[in-house]
Structure formats: C-alpha cells, structure tokens
Design a binder for this molecule. Sequence first.
Ligand code: NAD
Length: 315
Amino acid sequence: MKVIVTGGAGFIGSHLVDELISRGIEVHVLDNLVSGQLHQVNPEAHMYVVDIRSEEARRIILQVKPEAIFHLAAQADIGRSVQHPNYDADVNIIGTINLLEAARNAKVRKFIFASTSAVYGNSHNALISEADVTIPSSYYGLSKLTAESYIRLYYELYRQSYTILRYANVYGPRQIPKGEGGVVSVFLDRIKKGESLNVHGDGQQTRDFIYVKDVVAANLAAMNSGDQQTLQVSTSQKTSINEILKLLSNKFDVSVKKVFTPPREGDIKHSCLCNKKAADILNWQPHYTIEDGLEEIRAFVSQTEDTLKEMEKYE
Ligand code: NAD
C-alpha cells in the first residue's frame, strides 16, 4: 500500500511516517522543510522537498496515486498566524485546497486531516465535544476550521472521503520549542540552555496534553474507519501549565525560574476535549498518561545526550 504524508518532516508527521514504514507501508513525504527537518525523515520514505501549494505537489500526488493522504503540513504557530494572517491562510487553506484537488483527480481513497482544538476558541465548556460551537480566537484556528469546511464540501461535491482529526495539545520527542502546544519542548530547551522560562498569563490555564504516539495511532485507525467524521484526538484530561512544569521539574530533577508574562494574543484559557466519539468510532484509546509520556521524553533526551557524547569521542 502507498500513502502520502504531508508535513512528514515535522514533529507529528515524522512519527507517523516511522510507524507507517514499520508496518510495511510505502510512504511518500511532501514537505518544504520550513519547520520540519530532513534528518527526522525515515530514510525508507520517498522524500519530496515541495510546497503543498505548488503545482509540483499536485503532480506528485497524481503520479504516486496513494491510497491515502495524511495531511499534516501546516503553518501551526498561533502567534505567527496573528502576525501574518495572509501567510497562515495561504498555507492552511489554499494549501489544503491544492491537495484536495489533486486527491480527487488521483482518486485517493481517504484524506485524513490534522485539525486542532484551536477551532473552538475560548470555549466555556469544561469538556468540549465535536458538536460544540466553533468560534476561533486566532487566525490559525480559523484557517484550520475553513480547511475542514473545504474538506467536507469536497465530499459533498465529489465524494472525496475524509476523516478530520482535531488534536488536543500534542507533545513528545522531536517537537520544536515553539508553535502550538510546545510547552514541554520549550521547557526542555530552557533546561538545556539554563535559562528562565516565560509563562504566559498566570500558568493556571489548562490544556489536554496528548502523547504523539497516541496521535499516530488515531491516524492509523482513521485509514480504515471514521469515514466522513470529525473526531477529537485527546485524553479528556486537563493539566495546568503550572502542573506540567512541576511534573517536568521533578522528572528532570531541575528547578527552572518562572517569569510570568502577559497572556499572548489569541491564546485560549482552558481546553479539554472529550475523546469518546473517537474512542467509539476509531476503536482507539490513548495509552499514555502525562507521566508515561514525560518518562518517554526523559528516556529519549538521555539517550540522545549519550549518543552525542559518544559522537564527540570520535570528533
Ligand atoms: P510541525 O511544524 O513540526 O510540522 C509541520 C510540517 O509542515 C513541517 O515539517 C513543515 O516543514 C511542513 N510545512 C509547513 N508549511 C508547508 C508548506 N507550505 N508546504 C509543505 N510543507 C510545509 O508541526 P506539528 O506540531 O508536527 O503539526 C503537524 C500538524 O498537526 C499540523 O497540521 C498542526 O496544525 C496539527 N496540530 C498540531 C498540534 C500540536 O500540538 N503540535 C495540535 C493540533 C494540531
């Protein structure tokens, strides 16, 4: 079987590519490397350094004729979306339309889209469901929501089958210390540099942190189920920024000085997504608690440091 992963050089996409390849699936990656990194791409993947908005991207899809497209490439930085709404819309909306056009022409069986909890904006519901009102408070949330609408309309007009997965805050190894939900990677970066940590707001804002491997598992499940569904990929558990910083301090046995700064424009106060619909329809469950996920990161970091030390011996 052949699939395309857009954004396969990025944080979540590169983990998805690894898992697909480990299952014997032929993977083609489309990524312009604007935030992704080539060394993260599994060497067994077919890599195309290409922009999802380009004619070249459409040509590759027509040539490869994949069974499924996992569309993860995006401008995924909330702050940048507020500063550069044109660019954000161009990548997240026009880029998605470009891929949808190619998908329907190449008769792709399934289009699986990485959406986000940012589509809800500042919801007052303690536990958000897929049926809740969507009023994004950032251009990023708005561009993802608009892309979702295009995907649904491509099904109505052309029967282009899809699953939309709205991820909560994803964390795990390879996450760059910025963009959406990157508090864990930002913290690790500060530990490495011995710097203080800026906490936007009072740190009491809460998020639903989901480990990257659980997100990958939901994507795989969506290959064969969840047709024409919009599903939340989350833990249904909330953790405050202050709590996660405490857990990280304990896990890494360090204390990092916190500097409280004003809340960022477009930032959401609380966000916790119910995962019941995804659990029922995809027959999927998150397996990692926040402690499990942080433990995997700690093991990954120490393994990476050991490898670096080992390499230094030979330099
Ligand atoms: P990431 O920045 O690590 O990955 C995005 C990838 O897309 C990068 O490799 C980048 O180079 C590529 N890309 C960006 N613009 C492109 C373009 N015009 N053409 C081709 N490639 C392009 O981000 P991530 O955290 O891995 O996010 C992956 C997806 O998941 C995104 O769609 C994001 O919106 C979504 N998402 C992420 C989170 C999270 O917490 N990280 C939460 C919800 C949704």
